[in-house]
Structures are given as C-alpha cells and as structure tokens.
Design a protein around this ligand. Structure first.
Ligand code: HEM
Ligand code: HEM
Length: 246
C-alpha cells in the first residue's frame, strides 16, 4: 500500500519553478554582460581575487545576444525574480513553513550525523523533519544568497540613486564582485541540490511537481545513501539506536 501525503503546497511548487526559470535567465544574461568586460579591475586598478581576470566565460553558458540584449533580459527577469521571491518568502512566513528551512540549534549536530551516514560511519538514516539538516542549511542559504545578489545588483544598477548601497559593498568594483561571487555560490549550491535530488531522493521530484509524496520511498524509509535506488531492493531501516535522534 502506498502512503501518499501532500508534501509541497502549490505556492511552493509554482515559486520553485518560476525561480528556476528566473535564475537561469539572470545567470545566463549576467554572464554575457560580464563577458563585455571580463575583469573586475578597471583601467589603472588591480584585482587579485579573480585568478581568471580578463578571461571570458564560455559563450555557450551565456545568453541574451549582444551586451544591450543581455541587459534587457537581466532587467526584465529581475522583476520576475524579486516578485517571485517575495511570494515564496511571504508564504513561508505566513504558512509557518519557514520552520522547514530555518536551521535550529542542534542542526549542526544533525548535519554531522547525516555526513556520517553518507560516509558509512553511521548505519541508519537520521530521522528528521521534512528536510534533513544538510538540506535545511542549503535551502536556508539559497534565499540569503539571493538577497545578497539582489542588493549588490541594485548597488551596480543605480550607483547614484542607491549610492548608500554601493558604499555598503565598499565601492562599485566590490559590489560587482560580490554580485558575481554570489551568483557562483548560488549556482554551485543549486547544482549540488539537483545532484542530491536525483542521487538520494528522486521520488521527491513528484512532490515538487504534483505536491504528492510517497513516504515509503523517503530516504529515511529506504535508508538511502546516494544512488541506493539503482541497487535494487531497498535496505530496510533498522530501529535507530545510534546517536541522538534528530
Ligand atoms: C534584483 C536583482 C538584480 C539586479 C538589480 C541586477 C543588476 C545587475 C546589473 C546592473 C549588472 C551590471 C549591468 C551592466 O553593467 O550593464 C549586473 C550584472 C550581472 N548580474 Fe545581476 N542583477 C540582479 C540579479 C542577478 C542574479 C539573480 C544573477 C545570477 C544568479 C545575476 C548575475 C549577474 C552577473 C553574472 C553579472 C555580470 C557581472 C559584471 O560583469 O558586473 N544578477 N546585474
Ligand atoms: C536555481 C535552481 C534551484 C534552486 C535555487 C532551488 C531551490 C530549492 C529550494 C529552496 C527548495 C526547498 C523548498 C521548500 O521546502 O520550501 C527546493 C526543493 C526542491 N527542489 Fe529545487 N531548486 C533549484 C532547482 C531545482 C531543479 C532543477 C530540480 C529538479 C530537476 C529541483 C528539484 C527540487 C525538488 C524535488 C525539491 C523538493 C524536495 C523535497 O520536497 O524534499 N530543484 N529547491
């Protein structure tokens, strides 16, 4: 008997996918803008934090035609990203679901238990809430990075009007760098996220599309480490006797 439960509200599902579209457009067009001058140092300045100063990003990763076209895409998708982000965060707040993503005391310990489990040091999957401690940290970091990217974006979009914001990031050059580095970190987290979805809990794909989730296939129920679902019959979880429960 399958035990289907409603896992993701339609607002979460809709904002998740709108967000993916917006970020793909923002990152692709942003990197094309970057390629128009692929260095953070301006004439007469130096910049040591980018080992690839002067090297453009491969064109196939970028998007938006010429510089002007990419800027049009960037500033159009910006509204989509920000409006969608507001709806997602407001929903989390009003619906109480922020508890699923905001780390609490004890999550650092639980994250270590998760890592021990993946490294075969611990036998049983720690029991958590909707998301395990590692997921929670990633899902919490993503909107935070988003906020840093939006603020630094405003700082380089209107450096006169929002001069105080540009100053918040030291100056224009540093605001540009923070904007860029924020994107790199966000994309890295998103790649790990997508990898882990397919490797550990591919059954959750259904829940982010239709909302429904089969609890019997949760990583806890299958005692699943990456790619366990490809190995055939799942390893039944033994009663959790190791370590503090999470
Ligand atoms: C409210 C949100 C955002 C605003 C206001 C914004 C604004 C800007 C501005 C003004 C520029 C420079 C354009 C130019 O000089 O012609 C820029 C560049 C860029 N943006 Fe954004 N952006 C936002 C969100 C994002 C997001 C979400 C990403 C990626 C995830 C991103 C990635 C980039 C990249 C890679 C560049 C090129 C960096 C450079 O060469 O300076 N931006 N953005
Ligand atoms: C820019 C890219 C992405 C970002 C920033 C992102 C972010 C997130 C966040 C924050 C959540 C948690 C939502 C919540 O519980 O409130 C989530 C859930 C999820 N994401 Fe993504 N995501 C991205 C791309 C993708 C892609 C491309 C896929 C699949 C191909 C995917 C699959 C999922 C699934 C299956 C869940 C639900 C997990 C569950 O219910 O336990 N995500 N994502």
């Amino acid at each position: 008997m399958t035990e289907l439960v409603k896992r993701n509200h339609w607002v979460i599902r809709l904002t998740h996918w709108v967000n993916v579209v917006a970020i793909v457009i923002m990152a692709g067009s942003g990197m094309r803008i970057f390629n128009a001058h692929p260095a953070f140092a301006r004439p007469g300045e130096s910049f040591s934090l980018n080992p690839w100063e002067g090297h453009a990003i491969p064109a196939w990763l970028t998007f938006g035609g010429w510089l002007g076209g990419a800027r049009h895409w960037h500033f159009a998708a910006m509204w989509l990203l920000v409006a969608n982000g507001f709806v997602y965060l407001a929903f989390l707040f009003l619906h109480g679901e922020w508890r699923d993503v905001v780390p609490r005391t004890g999550d650092a310990r639980d994250a270590i238990e998760m890592i021990k489990f993946y490294l075969f040091v611990r036998k049983n999957h720690p029991v958590g809430g909707k998301h395990n401690a590692l997921q929670k940290m990633a899902y919490f970091a993503m909107p935070l990075l988003g906020i840093v990217i939006v603020l630094s974006g405003l700082a380089i979009w209107k450096p006169i009007t929002f001069g105080f914001m540009t100053a918040m990031f030291v100056n224009y050059k540093w605001a540009r760098f923070v904007h860029f580095a924020g994107m790199v970190l966000l994309l890295a987290l998103a790649l790990v996220h997508v990898f882990m979805v397919f490797a550990v809990d591919p059954y959750s794909l259904r829940s982010i599309v239709t909302g429904w989730y089969n609890r019997e296939r949760s990583p806890e129920a299958r005692n699943a480490r990456p790619f366990y679902h490809l190995l055939g019959p799942s390893v039944p979880a033994a009663p959790d006797t190791e370590g503090p429960p999470s």
